[in-house]
Design a protein around this ligand. Structure first.
Ligand code: DMJ
Length: 675
């Protein structure tokens, strides 16, 4: 090193005179007047220094040392002052934005005899923030790449926002939280509980995608309506935690629980909602349960479809959002245990699997499976193959789609409701609906096509043909408001019956139009979502029944919507809110947010149980006694509240629809990177 320095000095580098002090001999090598005169000045100083007495030299050295120490001290304290000034002004800004949220109410309102007004009801005291620009205005070029994890800046902003929310609600817990390591979007993973990123076995495409966009852009603050959703979620979660922890569903009135599969269904369904809402403590607690108590090696029969969309889907999306391989390991486990369902003569899967024994069977009374069930498990199994590199999952579900693609018995793309697991043929021919037993067949045609990068033409063909079938056979208009609705066809006879389940359709049509499909799909979506909204607005509680019948002929004093006594229950279903979310994302029209806000308030009025949780109700037509059913379905946390939160958001990167596709249980899965 020294010899190199000397060589640099010899070559006339600007650093040469410094080096010459260290290495005395170089003085003689230096050239040019400037160096010579500097050397002369140095020599004369040295001589003067030598002439001083030892005492004088000591005093001078002491003074130099003293000045140096003072300099260092004052520099450090100025830095601290500057930092505290900066922090204070940031804190001030944050406080200004977030203090109003302190006012969040906690309305325990069951039963609540008053009719909802169309404005802000229980949350009227919350001043709504100025509306930001509609999301469609801010949309940049679409980008199908799955992005790298969050950047630090955004992470801090999200964390700060959520921390402020928690300070307001649960100030005492904040200190503990801050000691934890903050993973992304508010979830906290303690060092000893965090798991490795995806295992090395996993090849390139299956890295967790993380919901965060890569673009550096201004963070969009959480608004009052979103905070109301967070509050509702917390209330629901409180009931689940207090009375049903680790069980499938909360029974909020009897303060107990019900089991379906015995797999903590609500907890798993709610994981990614907690992540998206930024509920880090709740997420962390639930994660611990998944790590320590979720066991699939159980002698229990589960429904293939329900456990795929809720459990497998929930675990996969939570894996993608959190990057925590615990969830992928659990997803692999349940995925493998569900595979026996496909061992049938036709390869159309059985409805039920015993996940402990590895056996599968159809329901006791038939060898049929439901068409929607066997064709709405594809997004999840295909993604599991992509993540694990094991093609068996994808092959099994692709075969079902290929088989159904060429099957006879369709009517202009519309499928019957049942399919036989022995023959592989449709059964109960002649009945066509977009409601129960067929609904998500149509949804998954489009969504698989999107998931796979819009290359699988057979899926698109089947989807487009089916929508033409809907237009030709199932659309009618009601009286007096002339609402366009989707009815049913039974052996050539049209029925003006529409399930609330059909309200997934406007959202799906809008998603198709967003992905370049016919513009008239968007027009149809706009008319259908109005109808779905009216299914709430025309009812006494402002909540939709399970099924409505539309009036085809004007009659004095009759509304468009008629409700039969057997159909007037509400199970806290998500479909209308789901479609409102898509419609708002793609149009930026605030009326969709306002409609969703009305619905949330009516859930709070008529289904909220003061001691924690929300309940299904038996009678949406009786505001003074909606007849609580004592059950909170897992999809209320998995879907309804998640779509509410997303609907009220103006951040298109909060689950960007060019990067994620939602499964039918509202669990976002990544759109694969196009080739
Ligand atoms: C959910 O389990 C899913 O959305 C499914 O597709 C239909 N039924 C419920 C919600 O209503």
């Amino acid at each position: 090193m020294y010899s190199g320095a000397a060589a640099v000095a010899a070559a006339g580098s600007p650093r040469r005179d410094f080096i010459s002090v260290t290495l005395g001999p170089e003085e003689t090598v230096g050239v040019g007047g400037y160096n010579n005169s500097k050397a002369w000045r140095r020599r004369s100083c040295w001589r003067k220094w030598k002439q001083l007495s030892r005492l004088q030299r000591s005093i001078i050295l002491f003074l130099f040392a003293f000045l140096a120490v003072c300099g260092v001290i004052s520099y450090t304290s100025m830095g601290e002052t500057w930092k505290s000034i900066t922090n204070k002004s940031l804190d001030d800004q944050r406080t200004e934005q977030e203090i109003p949220r302190l006012k969040l109410a906690n309305p325990g309102l069951l039963p609540a005899p008053q009719k909802a007004d169309a404005s802000h009801g229980d949350y009227a005291e919350l001043s709504l923030q100025k509306p930001p620009k509609p999301p469609h205005v801010r949309r940049g070029p679409s980008n199908l790449q799955i992005k790298a994890p969050w950047r630090d800046t955004k992470l801090k902003t999200r964390h700060d926002t959520m921390r402020a929310v928690e300070e307001l609600v649960e100030a005492d817990k904040v200190e503990k939280t801050e000691k934890s390591i903050i993973s992304w979007r508010g979830a906290v993973i303690e060092p000893d509980q965090s798991t490795e990123p995806p295992s090395s076995k996993i090849t390139e495409p299956e890295k967790p995608s993380s919901v965060e966009a890569e673009d550096q852009k201004e963070p969009v603050p959480i608004n009052e309506r979103q905070l109301a959703v967070i509050e509702a979620f917390r209330h629901a979660w409180k009931g689940y935690k207090d009375f049903a922890w680790g069980h499938d569903e909360l029974k909020p009135l009897s303060k107990s629980y019900s089991e379906w599969f015995g797999l903590g269904l609500t907890l798993i369904d709610a994981l990614d909602t907690m992540w998206i809402l930024g509920l880090k403590e709740e997420f962390e607690e639930a994660r611990k349960w998944v790590a320590n108590d979720l066991v699939f090696d159980k002698n229990v029969d589960v429904n293939l479809f329900e456990s795929t969309i809720r459990i497998l889907g929930g675990l996969l999306s939570t894996y993608h959002l959190s990057g925590d391989s615990l969830f992928l390991e659990k997803a692999k486990d349940i995925g493998n245990r569900l595979m026996p369902a496909f061992k049938t003569p036709s390869k159309i899967p059985y409805s039920d699997v015993n996940i402990g024994r590895g056996t599968a069977h159809p329901p006791r009374w038939t060898s049929d499976s439901t068409v929607a069930e066997v064709t709405s498990i594809q997004l999840e199994f295909r993604e599991l193959s992509r993540l694990t590199g094991d093609e068996k999952f994808r092959k099994a579900v692709d075969e079902v789609m290929k088989h159904v693609h060429i099957l006879s018995g369709k009517n202009d793309g519309l499928v019957p409701m049942f399919i036989n697991t022995n023959s592989g043929q449709f059964t109960h021919l002649g009945v066509y609906t977009l409601g129960a037993r067929a609904d998500s067949y149509y949804e998954y045609l489009l969504k698989q096509w999107i998931q796979g990068g819009k290359k699988e033409n057979e899926l698109l063909e089947d989807y487009m043909r089916a929508i033409e079938g809907v237009k030709k056979h199932l659309l009618q208009r009601s009286e007096p408001k002339k609402l366009t609705f989707v009815g049913e066809l039974a052996h050539g006879h049209f029925s003006a019956k529409m399930d609330h389940l059909v309200c997934f359709l406007p959202g799906t049509l809008a998603l198709g139009a967003h992905n370049g499909l016919a513009a008239d799909h968007m027009k149809l979506a706009e008319t259908l979502i109005e109808t779905c909204y009216q299914m709430y607005a025309q009812v006494e509680t402002g909540l939709s029944p399970e099924i409505v019948h539309f009036n085809l002929h004007a009659q004095k004093g009759h509304k468009d919507v008629e409700i039969k006594p057997a159909d007037r229950h509400n199970l806290l279903r998500p479909e209308t809110v789901e479609s409102l979310f898509y419609m708002y994302r793609f149009t930026g029209d605030k009326k969709y947010q306002d409609w969703g806000w009305e619905i949330l308030q009516n859930f709070n009025r008529y289904t909220r149980v003061p001691t924690g949780g929300y309940t299904s109700i038996n009678n949406v037509q009786n505001p003074s006694n909606p007849e609580p059913r004592d059950k909170m379905e897992s999809f209320f946390l998995g879907e309804t509240l998640k779509y509410m939160f997303l609907l009220f958001s103006d951040d298109i990167d909060l689950i960007n629809l060019d990067k994620y596709v939602f499964n039918t249980e509202a669990h976002p899965l990544p759109i694969w990177v196009p080739a």
